[in-house]
Design a protein around this ligand. Structure first.
Ligand SMILES: [Zn+2]
Length: 479
């Protein structure tokens, strides 16, 4: 590649709070349009904003989780522009004194395309808090404004232009999402618009220090779309540069159906926002002790959790990745692993049986009837050879349906594994007597028939015989 791509990303994340940023209206997605509004978030003259303490604490938490420096003195500013989604003709945002500055995010592991991604640190310039504008819904030739979204607390996370490929951008987006979710800051549901991103891309000849002309990409509604859009845009800009054309600074949209970006506006139409401090809002101050108190409450992040799972529970990287794919699952696994003598086997059961059944039942892990302790008990019953794996797979669906303990079901149904050598020898003898043809085949050298005979013994024992002992006994009786 003759050119090097330089990529920076601005992410908007809706903060999960009970109420909106500057009024007491509910912060809730999916209500009838314009039912969650009041004079403040509708921008009536003479109304006064009151900042949401929870949103500010979560902004600080986001900063601490990304290694930012937290401002002891910051303020809100008015960003002036006119648009139908903006009731006051200004948005309350933060200009020169954001809550958080100078953070970083480490990316690496497996990239979007499945190839390993070299480890790299992406700088975070700043994280500030603002209010979301209303949502415009376009219906044919008409448009409607839904002010339920007006005033929802919104975090803007601005990265340094540190990314060089679509894969790195994808990893950064996924990393920020993970932190926001684990930190309890946002649910980041992109379909509900809780996480949105704008990407800046420029190309420069490989080896050149100065940046090329920056083009902003908007309207990507998934990480996959963002990845596609970046790859497309790198290709498009390279084509133009190859033809000797000069790029102009512009904002482009992304059409995921056609797989193309399109011009939205050029720099000449860019806004001058005329920021100034909001006279209705007091500056926000933090003492060191207050910041340390928030730091003390920070949750463990997935990267640290994965390392702990590898170290303490002996999981593979792959299993640790699955167990930490969301915060609730990670907490569930952690509890089960602590309660069990075989955490690795617990992870196997979650990764295979439990996640499959939860998926089929469309049941979130928080509502699962099986408790972590009950799964731990089931796994320990297998490990102690009280039951075998086959019986465990029969018991588990009942645990899933009813929430009952494995030991109860096993006892009630008489499923305890038979490891008594006398009893096993007896069933093996029955199976040998009942299948003379297969016995003959085995004796004349067809070793594969053994599996059939094991199956016959298991059937006769109603699945309760210890399979290892059955194999040993069969070999003994057949030799
Ligand atoms: Zn309101």
């Amino acid at each position: 590649m003759k050119y090097e791509a330089v990529i920076g990303i601005e992410i908007h994340v809706q903060v999960r709070t009970e109420s909106k940023m500057f009024c007491s209206c509910a912060n809730r997605y999916g209500a009838e349009p314009n039912t969650l509004t009041c004079p403040v978030c509708l921008g009536y003259p003479g109304t006064l904003p009151v900042p949401n303490r929870e949103a500010i604490l979560k902004a600080v938490r986001a900063g601490l989780l990304t290694g930012c420096e937290i401002a002891k003195f910051s303020k809100f500013d008015r960003k002036s522009y006119f648009y139908p989604d903006l009731v006051k003709n200004y948005q309350i945002s933060q200009f020169d004194l954001p809550f958080c500055k100078g953070g970083k995010l480490r990316i690496g592991g497996t990239g979007f395309s499945g190839e390993p991604l070299p480890e790299k640190v992406i700088g975070i310039t700043r994280i500030h808090l603002e209010e979301d504008p209303a949502k415009l819904n376009h219906m044919g030739s008409a448009s409607g404004a839904d002010y339920n979204r007006s005033g929802v607390p919104l975090l803007e996370v601005v990265s340094e232009p540190d990314m060089r490929s679509a894969d790195e951008a994808y990893a950064y987006l996924a990393g920020i999402k993970e932190i926001m979710q684990y930190g309890g800051i946002s649910d980041c549901d992109m379909e509900k618009g809780q996480m949105r991103c704008d990407v800046n891309i420029s190309l420069r000849p490989a080896g050149q220090k100065e940046f090329g002309t920056k083009i902003e990409l908007k309207n990507m509604n998934s990480f996959r779309a963002a990845h596609r859009a970046i790859e497309y845009e790198i290709w498009r800009q390279a084509e133009l540069l190859d033809r000797g054309e000069t790029l102009r600074q512009e904002t482009r949209g992304w059409n995921d159906d056609s797989g193309e970006s399109y011009l939205m506006r050029t720099k000449e139409q860019a806004h001058d926002y005329r920021y100034f401090p909001d006279p209705d809002l007091m500056p926000v101050t933090f003492t060191d002790a207050e910041i340390e108190a928030i730091r003390a409450e920070l949750p463990e992040l997935p990267a640290a959790m994965r390392e702990r799972f590898l170290r303490d529970y002996g999981l593979t990287e792959y299993d640790a990745g699955i167990m930490t794919q969301d915060r609730a699952l990670a907490a569930w696994f952690d509890r089960a692993a602590k309660a069990s003598k075989s955490p690795k086997l617990v992870a196997n059961w979650i990764g295979s049986e439990l996640l499959r059944m939860l998926g089929e039942a469309k049941c979130p892990i928080d509502e699962c009837r099986v408790t972590p302790e009950n799964l731990a008990e089931l796994v320990d019953l297998i490990e102690q050879k009280t039951i075998n794996g086959k019986i465990a797979k029969e018991v588990f669906p009942e645990m899933f349906e009813t929430g009952r303990k494995a030991s109860e079901i096993v006892k009630e149904k008489g499923l305890v594994q038979v490891s008594d050598s006398g009893a096993i020898a007896e069933v093996v003898a029955q199976a040998v007597a009942a299948n003379p043809a297969q016995v003959e085949q085995y004796r004349s050298g067809n070793a594969k028939v053994l599996q059939f005979l094991v199956g016959q013994v298991m059937k006769l024992s109603k699945g309760k015989a210890n399979p290892q002992l059955v194999v040993a006994e069969l070999k003994k009786q057949l030799d």
